[in-house]
Design a protein around this ligand. Structure first.
Ligand code: IPM
Ligand code: MN
Length: 355
């Protein structure tokens, strides 16, 4: 019997369902070609469900999701829901509960894609950000004192644990070895100001680096990294960084690789269940118009295949995306592709089935 992967699909809010529909189309095409099956189960977590039931992500669902091989997620965020409710209640809860401690975000400019950086091309823009995904400012530690009074105090704590940082840094070194490109791991930090959390990071980084004599350890402050990413993106191979820094620099990364329409990421628990998503949001203004670019979701599907061990299928999917980008699409921006969302999905599915 053909191998079957059990995949939980959370289309989510806004354009999430549209892009996930196209990702599933392409995944089915490569699965058929490579002789494995995808056993997909849909979950309706998101803003609409919250509005109907007041429920974000029930604990029982988290338990159920542990039984899957992977999760594919569209987007979380709804214009009618106050910021934080869905993000914390669904997306962050999944990352934390499933201990997806790595957020892996490749920044790769495909031939033909537009980058706003003059004189830089696919040769120069090709690196990977390993973002710590369960700690830092994202823990939700802190609180208010005297809230709503003129003497109000708000504290938001940045948490770094030795274990959390070490497993993330080690993942980055292992990844650089496997990636086998420049073999440089750059810690992106702020050791000059955050003298506790970042001190732990720095000591840990130096210790782990000693175990990888074949990899060059490097360091850049996060603000300087924003500068280098624009000025000399070719300096980077694998970047490893704290949760909040990683969040910020990967939006910049997405822009230099052609925009949110192409940027994908994986929330990875190397020992457990991982979740893959386009890194852009739910794009309410494009919802339901069949204009959003599904390539980021399709690429997230490719990352999922790679993690599942279907490397050949992942490569076919990526080649199909490259062909669409370099030969067909006019732009990667929503509404400017020269094709609709579903047409792009059909095109990539067709390429993926044949090339
Ligand atoms: C991302 C998003 C999330 C984050 C939000 C929606 C909570 O911006 O995946 O980058 O900050 O991690
Ligand atoms: Mn973000």
């Amino acid at each position: 019997m053909a191998k079957a992967y059990k995949i939980a699909v959370i289309p989510g809010d806004g354009t999430g369902p549209e892009v996930i529909g196209e990702a599933v189309k392409v995944l089915r095409a490569v699965a058929a070609r490579n002789g494995f099956n995808l056993d997909l189960h849909n979950y309706d977590f998101g803003g609409e469900r919250w509005k109907r039931t007041g429920e974000t992500l029930p604990d029982s669902a988290v338990e159920e999701l542990r039984g899957y091989d992977a999760i594919l997620l569209g987007a979380i965020g709804h214009p009618d829901v106050a910021p934080g409710i869905l993000e914390k209640g669904i997306l962050l809860k999944l990352r934390f509960e499933l201990d997806q401690y790595i957020n892996l975000r490749p920044v790769k400019l495909y031939p033909g894609a537009y980058t706003p950086i003059k004189d830089k091309g696919p040769e120069e823009i090709d690196f990977v950000v390993v973002r710590e995904n369960t700690e830092g400012l994202y823990c939700g530690a802190g609180g208010f004192l005297r809230k709503g009074t003129p003497d109000e105090v708000a504290v938001q704590e940045m948490i770094a644990t030795r274990k959390g940082v070490e497993r993330c840094v080690r993942y980055a070194f292992e990844y650089a070895r496997k990636r086998n490109k420049e073999k440089i791991v750059t810690m992106v930090g702020k050791t000059n100001v955050l003298t506790y959390a970042q001190d732990l990071w720095w000591r840990c980084f130096q210790e782990v680096a000693k175990e990888y004599p074949d990899i060059k350890p490097d360091y850049a402050h996060v603000d300087a990294t924003c500068m280098w990413m624009v000025k000399n993106p070719e300096w980077f191979d694998v970047l490893v960084t704290d949760n909040m820094f990683g969040d910020i620099i990967t939006d910049l990364g997405a822009m230099i690789q052609g925009g949110m329409g192409i940027a994908a990421g994986g929330n990875i628990n190397p020992e457990g269940v991982s979740m893959f998503e386009p890194i852009g949001g739910s794009a309410p203004k494009y919802t339901g118009k069949n204009v959003i670019n599904p390539l980021a979701a399709i690429c997230a599907g490719g990352m999922m295949l790679e993690t599942l061990g279907e490397e050949k299928a992942a490569r076919q999917l990526e080649n199909a995306v490259i062909k669409a980008v370099s030969e067909k699409l006019k732009s990667l921006a929503a509404g400017k592709m020269g094709y609709s969302t579903t047409e792009v999905g059909d095109m990539v599915a067709e390429f993926a089935a044949t090339m």
